[in-house]
Design a protein around this ligand. Structure first.
Ligand code: SAM
Length: 355
């Protein structure tokens, strides 16, 4: 019987039910069935799988990039409850079950309690890595078929040990990109757009898809955090908002401020990128983004869908279905991704473009 009988999934604290609904749906589509155990606010949940080997099948069959509410994942076995003292030796028995992995990341929930475990996790995983290298459980492999071992720490004596494919899991520990807030940016939202670029657009394509002197439209732009990012890439930006834009940003000479309704605005000529951070009904924003991409007003669009208080997962599915239907009716091939980014709160970010 396989040791690995569950998936451990991390998410933003408070979004455990959304992550649970999502993993249940996505696994069911692959014929993989299980049930979730979670506590709201924990920042992680478990998807317990009945069928032997199905946890390992799930982490291979599902595309991590397609999961919206899941920040990080791994297959794992039962909770390790260790005695104080030499805890590394107590883990030894579980390690026999593990495939050879290329490295080890120690993670913990992104909650107040979880973050207090940062120092312990780092020290413990450093000692464990040494042991794993001695046991030949950690060895460098080619990136394509490499696995990463994870230690998910709940306390000094309770933890899960698991693994996930390197190329099918989050590229950042805990799924959190460490972005530095730029002092001259007019709002903290600026990091949402930067993170969206990291997540949705491969870095080697930035110069082509976010080009020097390219044109962009920022809908709901004020005070200008997203516009600031576009200006940093030397793009020319039309900032649409009735509210005031940051003075320094306007002085860059790269921003034109248009005081109009974002949902009525149409660009006089096609632009490279449309971004939208307006707080309104998600279905309304999704329809507007479809119009922009379908009509060729922009090559690609990045937009936020503000989530309602209740039925958040259902609302997301409604919006994604609406977008799919519109493109199907138009007979156009498109690419759509959505993610609950680290810098997103009660919203998700979407990326849409024609293929
Ligand atoms: C969350 S803020 C945008 C923050 C901005 N992305 C930044 O980084 O600074 C939302 C903005 O949308 C604007 N807004 C709301 N409804 C709008 C509409 N229908 N048309 C244009 N702007 C709108 C608001 O005035 C507000 O400035």
């Amino acid at each position: 019987m396989s040791y690995f009988n569950r998936l451990l999934l991390q998410c933003r604290s408070g979004f455990e039910k959304e992550a649970a609904a999502e993993i249940t749906d996505q696994c069911a589509a692959e014929g993989i069935y299980g049930y979730c155990t979670l506590n709201i606010g924990d920042g992680y949940l478990l998807f317990n799988i009945q069928q032997v080997d199905d946890a390992e099948r799930a982490i291979q069959a599902l595309d991590f990039h397609n999961l919206i509410f899941v920040r990080q994942w791994m297959v794992c076995g039962d909770l390790l409850s260790l005695e104080q003292g030499d805890r590394i030796s107590q883990i030894q028995g579980s390690l026999d079950q593990f495939p050879v992995c290329s490295d080890l990341w120690a993670e913990y929930a992104d909650t107040t309690d979880g973050r207090e475990l940062a120092t312990f996790s780092r020290k413990f995983s450093s000692a464990l890595s040494q042991k794993l290298r001695q046991n030949k459980k950690l060895e460098k492999r080619t990136k394509r078929d490499s696995l990463r071992m994870f230690l998910f720490v709940l306390s000094g004596t309770e933890m899960y040990l698991g693994y996930a494919p390197l190329n099918n899991s989050a590229p950042w520990p805990q799924g959190i990109p460490r972005l530095k807030f730029p002092k001259s940016a007019p709002s903290r939202s600026t990091l949402k757009l930067e993170e969206a670029w990291h997540w949705f657009i491969p870095k080697q394509e930035w110069d082509r898809r976010l080009p020097f002197s390219g044109k962009a439209v920022d809908l709901g732009a004020a005070p200008g955090g997203w516009t600031w990012q576009l200006v940093q890439r030397s793009m020319f930006v039309t900032a649409v908002d009735n509210g005031p834009m940051n003075d320094d940003l306007m002085e860059s000479g790269q921003v034109k401020h248009v005081q109009e309704d974002a949902y009525r605005y149409q660009p006089p000529e096609p632009v490279q990128l449309m971004v939208c951070d307006v707080v309104d009904k998600p279905v309304k924003t999704a329809s507007m983004a479809v119009d922009w991409v379908k009509n060729g007003w922009c090559n690609e669009a990045i937009f936020n869908l503000k989530l309602p208080m209740k039925q958040r997962y259902q609302e997301v599915i409604t919006c994604l279905n609406l977008i799919a239907e519109q493109f199907m009716q138009a007979g156009l091939a498109y690419e759509l991704s959505a993610k609950h980014l680290y810098h997103d709160r009660e919203e998700i970010t979407c990326h849409l473009r024609l293929l």
